[in-house]
Design a binder for this molecule. Structure first.
Ligand SMILES: [Fe+2]
Ligand SMILES: [Fe+2]
Length: 179
């Protein structure tokens, strides 16, 4: 039985790379459905933007005796969600797509909700719910991508790990506040 070659031969590899060079990072070997990946990433982008807005709102509205440390946490999360949005936007462009930052329809595209919350505890709980939604949707996207787009998958894995930290932080805050 002949050994099955698992790598493309160099000649084919070189010839393929010369075709459609305007596609940049997207080569013929790109295995995922590019359109679907861009759509999923745009939903993730909308989710991150909604999370930035919600955390910012909570940051400004945090009042009461425990407000200072909680507000600091809200602000840190808001900044980290913005970082995620930037990573996702850049990847969409790399894949030949356009980041959808249109405020119209933002909430429909987003997985997480924008809930203002009534008081500190309520805000933390709403943020926790949003993080748990993000965690599940990122996990699904990661599974969907599998080995078809390892770069997007690794990016999403990094983001997922941070959303899990966020959820953990929020649970700790609730614990500290005795809720
Ligand atoms: Fe995020
Ligand atoms: Fe988060």
């Amino acid at each position: 039985m002949a050994n099955k070659p698992f790598l493309t031969d160099i000649k084919t590899l070189r010839a393929r790379a010369r075709k459609h060079i305007q596609n940049g990072a997207v080569t013929e070997g790109y295995k995922a459905d590019r359109k679907t990946v861009i759509k999923l990433l745009n939903e993730a982008l909308a989710t991150e933007i909604v999370c930035v807005l919600r955390y910012k709102r909570h940051y400004f509205m945090a009042t009461g005796i425990h407000a200072e440390s909680v507000a600091a946490e809200f602000l840190q999360h808001a900044n980290e969600e913005q970082g995620h949005a930037d990573e996702i936007g850049a990847r969409i462009v790399q894949l030949g797509g356009e980041p959808n930052l249109n405020p119209e329809g933002l909430l429909t595209r987003s997985h997480a909700e924008y809930v203002e919350g009534d008081g500190l505890i309520d805000m933390i709980k709403e943020d926790l719910v949003a993080e748990r939604i993000a965690i599940d949707s990122y996990r699904e996207m990661i599974n969907y991508l599998g080995n078809d787009d390892p770069t997007s998958r690794r990016m999403l894995e990094g983001i997922l790990a941070m959303e899990e930290e966020h959820a953990d932080d929020l649970v700790s805050l609730l614990g500290e506040l005795g809720k």
